[in-house]
Design a protein around this ligand. Sequence first.
Ligand code: NAP
Length: 578
Amino acid sequence: MSNSQTPTAFTPSDFSAVQMRETAKSSDRAPPTHFDAVIIGAGFAGMYMLHSLRDKLGMSARVLEAGNGVGGTWYWNRYPGARCDTPSYIYCYTFDRNLLQEWEWSERYPEQDEILRYLEHCADRFDLKPDIDFGKRVNSTVFDETTNRWTVRTEQGDAYTARYVIAATGCLTAGNMPKIKGIDTFKGRSYHTSRWPHSGVDFTAKRVAVIGTGATGVQAVPIIAQQAKQLTVFQRTPAYCVPARNGKVDPEVTKARHANYDQVIDNIRKSFFGFELSFMPKSVLEATQEEREREFDRMWDQGGFEFWLGNYNDMFFDKRANDIVSDYVRGKIRSTVNDPVVAEKLIPSYAYGTKRQPLDTNYYETFNKRNVLLVDAKTDGPIEEITEKGIRAGGKEYEFDIIVYATGFDAMTGALKALDIKGRGGRSLTQLWEDGPAAYLGVTIAGFPNLFMITGPQSPSAFSNVPVSIEQHVEWITECIAHMRRNHLTTIEPTEQAQEDWGKHVIDLVSMTLVPNTDSWYMGANIPGKAHKFLAYIGPEGVGGYRRHCDEVSAKGYEGFEFASQGQGGTARTMAAE
Ligand code: NAP
């Protein structure tokens, strides 16, 4: 394996080593370095957290980042076709009105490199890089009850201590390399989409396999098919794709949005999912056939998430309503794919919208190309093993030069568990979460004082436009820490009761929807052995209602939290009020 600082092809069992390879700048064990706060991750979340703590509260803060640059998701995921599925004008920071005015997005759904350029611009604009240590992968995070400080260690041998630790590790960070028999025996090149070589991959004249048809596979397949001699797509569960209808942003539209950003920001902050979208105030069952068709066509032609998040209001709750929406998409697949046998393989049977909606650009059309083959686990047989020459599925061996694993992530909890967090009494977060995550408001965990998670499990997180949820968490955490500093409080942690009540509330709400009936990464179902438990939060009023609830918690003196202050006579613990 190469020692280069950017990922290259790898043998799949070395996946964790590939994740580490970015962190090649090793150093000898350095003495602990103390900061008010250590922030883990330099993506959207970690960058804003640093800016807030350092520039608003005047704290000393250090960001530890495994990669050799800022950007998080957008630093690592460089696979062909990688772009954002959220409209660019709201997939950005909104906390600085000048920044909003000075940045112009080129496309409705910008490519990975444009988003990375934006984040690099932000890092420079707010002078963040001097306080980020790159090439540092955190592998131990331990709370010391005698000092009320955390010690954070990295694989590179560094140690940092801090009063506060903020995990800005992202929802979809820990790549899922499937444990398929023979996976290391393949003699060709293998890539996981979340650790794509910075130099790119040339598929020209190559026989290529893509395993996985989630949002990533759906973006990558059409682009790889343009270059490869032969592309074979291995599908375990088909996706319901809706057209992205990407395109250049009209300068007049940009001008109008720039003139109206305050309203846009207000809209997305109060919205259900962090978009300028809301469900139609009507049941699909009450609409006439003609009316439904008209509305469905309008949303389909509009492209993007409107079909998913702006549809009739019972689509997520009532199977009969959902069937009507699902059937519309199934009809679109049938009318796009020329071969009816292939079309049927591409048609999902689960309820539309209960897995993350992929947006497509020519995904279904790609299966009309002569150089593209679909191997469907259900009808052609599942993948049995990876061989020296390729993939055996349904008793047949397919030969390849390159295998692309678009197999997703250990979502929401994978990156947090990798930090090996130990709280009071040496309690391990990984063990605590064996049956699924528990986290009050999705931000804090009982028994883990002064540890905050940005877009943590049981918060709207990946079930929302993530930058909107990131900003809300960063601002709430900043205000919470400011409160502690004003009141000379040393630690904050939620009570077990508040955490339990929140967990029950999360499950009660999602149980009203169809989401738990489908195996998806939202439910932890994509990782063998992972607990089946909803990993995000869908509240009655979405991210807007969740924001209001968090603000009410703080307005009531941090209801559900316990604070401690350290005086000369030792530590005093209180249910806090300012
Ligand atoms: P994913 O949605 O989890 O999809 C992974 C795919 O790999 C699924 O089709 C899965 O099948 C398949 N798979 C996993 N293990 C397998 C195995 N052992 N054998 C065969 N097939 C296997 O992952 P993703 O596509 O990377 O997307 C994850 C999330 O990242 C998205 O849902 C989205 O939130 C985010 N994302 C965002 C964007 C964007 O905004 N532009 C783009 C890409 C991704 P099953 O469905 O049967 O498990």
